[in-house]
Design a protein around this ligand. Structure first.
Ligand SMILES: Cc1cc2nc3c(=O)[nH]c(=O)nc-3n(C[C@H](O)[C@H](O)[C@H](O)COP(=O)(O)OP(=O)(O)OC[C@H]3O[C@@H](n4cnc5c(N)ncnc54)[C@H](O)[C@@H]3O)c2cc1C
Length: 271
């Protein structure tokens, strides 16, 4: 044995990810049984989430209350992941203990048994090692800086998800005509995807300019656009989640801009 590392299999989650000027992320905020890389993935997702919110404050275009979105968005997701990981660990433990004595039996009966054990192991491990749902399917619908529109996001499992542009979901990926990934066209703050050049977005562009809010306008030119994009306008955040969508800008643009800048966040004890 060259080296060893001790760890304790447990599920621990902090209710608070922030206390005034202190934020916690990664294992300091959430711990679960290490399966399939959810631990580091979730920590990196925390850091991405927090970093663009902090940048918004430091750059001065957002209200400090925008920082409350960090806990509102990440705490429920990591709690959910912690349950996924723990349930999965328990299923794995049960599966390991349930290897039947006649697993090596010759003949049709043994073949059927092995096929069944194989099928169960496959289903369990695809969830673990191919966790597209957990990595790409989660959404921030309870967030104070996302403009929801009444449509519920599609449910997801560890292994699968339905790409969606419901505000709060991760903007589904596609390739642009110039060969770039959609995400490479995103700006450092918000990015407005416009699927129809006739749709007037000048008031939002102007509003963003006047308050210093970074807004990149991308006129989408792509051979194949995922069917999830059903609206002419989809506003995405730096962390690739959808903040708002519609066929035209809202009548009252002030409400939307205030929400995007964190000004609609209710005062909390930590703010
Ligand atoms: C057996 C095992 C296997 C795993 N496998 C995977 C995997 O395959 N994929 C995956 O994504 N995740 C995996 N994880 C989870 C992953 O390792 C953690 O989620 C990740 O390392 C957490 O990163 P972190 O930076 O939040 O915390 P940590 O990695 O714990 O980093 C915290 C750092 O802070 C330091 N520190 C603590 N107190 C102080 C202090 N007072 N002053 C200064 N420094 C301090 C610590 O020494 C440490 O270096 C696994 C975990 C275990 C235990």
């Amino acid at each position: 044995m060259i080296s060893k590392e001790d760890w304790v299999g447990r599920r621990l989650l902090s209710n608070r990810f922030r206390d005034r000027r202190v934020f916690i992320a990664g294992d300091a905020a959430h711990l679960w049984v290490p399966y399939a890389g959810y631990g580091m993935n979730a920590g990196i997702a925390d850091a991405i989430n927090l970093s663009w919110l902090l940048a918004a404050c430091v750059q001065g275009w957002a209200d400090e209350r925008i920082l409350d979105a960090y806990e509102a968005e990440r705490q429920p997701i990591t709690e959910q992941v912690s349950h996924f990981a723990m349930d999965h660990a328990q299923k794995m433990i049960r599966a390991r203990r349930a290897v039947p004595a006649d697993i090596e039996a010759p003949g049709a009966e043994g073949d059927a048994l092995r096929a069944e054990i194989g099928r169960e192991a496959y289903e369990l491990n695809v969830q673990q090692f191919c966790c597209g749902g957990l990595n790409f399917g989660y959404f921030y619908t309870g967030s104070p800086i996302i403009a929801t529109d009444g449509e519920e996001p599609p449910t997801y499992s560890m292994g699968s998800f339905t790409p969606s542009t419901v505000p709060g979901c991760r903007a589904p990926h596609f390739w642009l005509a110039d060969g770039r990934s959609l995400y490479d066209a995103f700006g450092p703050g918000y990015t407005l995807l416009r699927f129809d050049r006739q749709t007037d977005v000048s008031t939002l562009v102007q509003a963003a300019k006047s308050c210093g809010m970074p807004l990149a306008l991308v006129d989408v030119d792509a051979a194949e656009i995922p069917p999830a994009y059903r609206h002419r306008l989809v506003l995405c955040r730096a962390d690739q989640h959808v903040a708002w969508r519609g066929d035209r800008l809202p009548e009252d643009l002030g409400d939307l801009v205030a929400r995007l800048r964190g000004q609609a966040v209710r005062e909390t004890a930590t703010a």
